[in-house]
Design a protein. Structure first.
Length: 415
């Protein structure tokens, strides 16, 4: 059987459903065996709030908070506490019901995300969309598995974001802002989509974003655990998690050089800083490094905004999302491999666009090559030395640059 026939056989509905069933069952077993590695962080935050303490205080390292989410995240996580009992810093007894229920929530979030991208990202035909969806999922499956096995929370955040985009496209800005605010309580770097929505709506989105943000971040939490305690938590979150990233001039206080982090700050720092933990050896001053990283991030954001300044053709909608979603991967102070589970959205958008018969051959080859680089770089995490030179980051950056080039080229052609 040739490669083409084998691939077509794998993509058949029956075989693909078997693969998905085996994947879901296998990951359920693996996730329960691992006992909720990252879920424990969220549940620790819930326990701390039940005791009206700060979840941002790390008893194992006072200088490095592990719970970094917005205070309202505990309201989303609290229903999953179930029988879990805290017996030590980030250690729980009777946690398996929590782990399994959270796993089911992640599977539901993944299924919802898949349904939403099919609605949001156009394809020449439904048959083409289903084929591209299968390929995209299979290519991203190792990273999705890594996300699930760690009991992480990036898939629920993605589902909220996609719901926000869906409502935005329906011109239901307030609901969009509510879902975006929920996404931000889980994963703050998705805030880059605030710029996307504001630019696409020509500023109208702000009228909905402000009250929605107040509702999710202040009003609802204050009604549940009091204004005073919520203000205390917001201050703790700002001081321990947000301020070090936005206002520091020292690399060591907010960056990660661990190979598992593939964000822009980590990638650039590996060029100018030696070591994986403090004390670091700097080849340029921390202030210069800080300015360099901020300048790169600002430039990337400005270029991204240029691509959505003018309304794009429907078939480019998926690529417009693909310009901003990578920012949530590369711009944070650190971003670990499992967050690249989001790649299945980028793959789907690219495959759908490339499936249109009227795309120029040169453009197809260019974007197709960039997509190949992205796929290969995502698998590079399996090779330790490649993580130390940030191959996954550079591959993602190259893909982002290629998509923006295609978007800007189309914008000029239809000016």
């Amino acid at each position: 059987m040739g490669f083409g026939k084998a691939w077509k056989y794998i993509l058949s509905d029956k075989i693909f459903l078997i693969i998905i069933a085996v994947f879901i069952i296998t990951m359920a077993i693996v996730t329960c065996i691992r006992e909720g590695k990252d879920l424990k962080v969220g549940l620790f935050g819930v326990e701390q709030m039940l005791q009206r303490q700060s979840p941002y205080y790390n008893p194992t390292d006072a200088n490095r908070p592990i719970f970094r989410y917005a205070p309202g995240f505990t309201l989303l996580q609290a229903p999953f506490l179930l029988t879990s009992k805290l017996v030590g810093p980030f250690e729980f007894e009777h946690i398996l019901p929590s782990v399994f229920s959270w796993y089911l929530a992640e599977i539901i979030a993944l299924a919802l995300s898949i349904m939403l991208i099919v609605k949001l990202i156009p394809a020449p035909s439904r048959e083409t969309a289903m084929r591209n969806l299968k390929i995209s999922f299979l290519l991203a499956m190792p990273l999705i598995a890594y996300e699930l096995s760690n009991s992480q929370n990036k898939l629920p955040a993605l589902a909220f974001l996609l719901l926000s985009i869906y409502m935005f496209e329906k011109n239901r800005y307030f609901l969009s802002a509510i879902f975006l605010s929920l996404a931000l309580t889980i994963y703050v770097p998705l805030a880059f989509f605030v710029f996307y929505f504001i630019f696409r709506s020509r500023g109208k989105y702000m009228a909905s974003l402000i009250p929605a943000g107040l509702l999710i971040f202040i009003i609802v939490p204050s009604l549940i655990w009091s204004v005073e305690y919520n203000n205390f938590l917001l201050k703790e979150w700002y001081v321990r998690c947000l301020k070090p990233f936005f206002m520091t001039t020292s690399y060591a206080t907010y960056m990660e050089l661990r190979p598992s982090s593939q964000s822009l700050p980590s990638a650039i720092a590996r060029i100018f800083v030696s070591g994986e933990s403090e004390p670091y050896k700097y080849f340029i001053s921390p202030t210069a490094l800080h300015i360099l990283i901020r300048s790169c991030t600002t430039t990337i954001l400005l270029i991204s905004l240029l691509t959505v300044w003018k309304r794009v053709k429907p078939k480019l909608a998926g690529l417009s999302y693909s310009v901003f979603l990578p920012l949530a991967l590369i711009a944070p102070s650190y971003c670990i491999w499992y967050t690249w589970a989001y790649l299945f959205v980028l793959y789907f958008a690219a495959f759908n666009y490339l499936s249109y018969p009227d795309i120029e051959r040169g453009e197809k080859r260019f974007l197709g090559a960039a997509l190949a680089v992205l796929v290969l770089s995502s698998y590079s995490i399996a090779i330790g030395p490649l993580n130390k030179i940030s191959v996954m980051f550079w591959g993602t950056l190259f893909y982002w640059g290629s998509v923006t080039a295609v978007m800007l080229k189309n914008a000029r052609a239809h000016a």
